[in-house]
Design a protein around this ligand. Structure first.
Ligand code: PDD
Length: 288
């Protein structure tokens, strides 16, 4: 990727440093917008239809007319990737309700802001995969529409920062005694050989990586279930994983400073190669 990436802003292509959004943009003033992060392996966006479907659902949930349909987004992403050649990358898409005089109610004729950029996607640090990550358990202080991938991430930021200040990589969030997700990831546990992840709800983002992990587990006969996970079950788990587009499937081996299992566990050691194989197949298909 060249030093100065080319980004897309409202139909224009320009160097990242020259992209400007008006200060009255409702994304800036209110956090009134939604986004997606889509990994790209080789030239192949990972699970693009699923990411675009989630973007469409987020836009519908905030009652914003989609500025592009799926073929329109696909063409935009293809051009973005062509203008920013490179290996593994991630595409960031953001749509806001656009600039308008400051009023909480929607503007009568919104002109949405559409922004897209590419960032490098670094593979997980081998040392982290070897040792596993530290996480802390925090109260989920967010709202009750966490299924919307909103750019309004203040609570997630505060929670993740608390985790970092306690020497951890992620905060695992608990609402009314039940695990919801991580500050920027979904959560899986393994107990007695069974993989479990909380069912989708308004209190968590339906992660694309989460879905793939469930699919891989089912396809390879690993027992797994979408069912509530209590804080006590989390704390007593044999294995804990967090999943996201950028973290892939990461084992958590310390929770609030206490060891989880004796390092990355045997079920994670089954899932991880399957995930890597899926990525490799995408890359090879892109090269064919
Ligand atoms: N975040 N839950 C939250 C709150 C997230 O922010 C994310 C990902 C996930 C995992 O979703 P997926 O598997 O589709 O990436 C779950 C992205 C990577 C981010 O904000 O950068």
């Amino acid at each position: 990727m060249s030093a100065e990436p080319t980004v897309h802003l409202n139909g224009e292509w320009l160097p990242l440093s020259q992209a400007r959004v008006p200060v009255l943009d409702r994304g800036f003033i209110f956090g009134d917008g939604v986004y997606e992060v889509i990994p790209v392996y080789g030239r192949r966006p990972f699970r693009l239809p699923q990411h675009l479907a989630r973007l469409a659902r987020s836009l519908e949930a905030i009652r914003l007319e989609p500025p592009l349909d799926a073929p329109g987004w696909t063409a935009l992403i293809d051009e973005l990737l062509a203008r920013n050649p490179g290996g593994d990358r991630s595409v960031y898409l953001q749509v806001t309700r656009g600039p308008a005089s400051r009023d909480h109610a929607f503007p009568r004729a919104p002109a949405p802001t559409v922004f897209a950029m590419v960032s490098p996607l670094n593979p997980p640090d081998p040392a982290l995969l070897e040792e596993g990550a530290a996480a802390v358990v925090l109260e989920d202080i967010r709202w009750s529409r966490c299924d919307i991938k909103s750019v309004n991430l203040l609570a997630n930021i505060l929670l993740r920062q608390q985790a970092v200040e306690r020497g951890a990589l992620e905060a695992i969030l608990v609402r009314d005694g039940q695990v919801t997700e991580g500050a920027a990831s979904n959560v899986f546990i393994v107990r007695d050989g069974e993989i479990r992840t909380p069912p989708t709800s308004r209190f968590m983002l339906p992660g694309i990586t989460r879905d793939l992990v469930l699919e891989l587990a089912r396809a390879h006969g690993l027992p797994c279930r979408e069912a509530p996970v209590s804080e006590a079950e989390l704390r007593g788990a044999d294995e804990i994983w967090i999943t996201s587009s950028t973290r892939e499937v990461l084992p958590v081996t310390r929770l609030d400073g206490r060891p989880v299992g004796g390092g990355p566990g045997p079920v994670w050691r089954r899932i991880m190669p399957l995930y890597q194989e899926y990525k490799r197949n995408l890359r090879e298909a892109a090269e064919a």
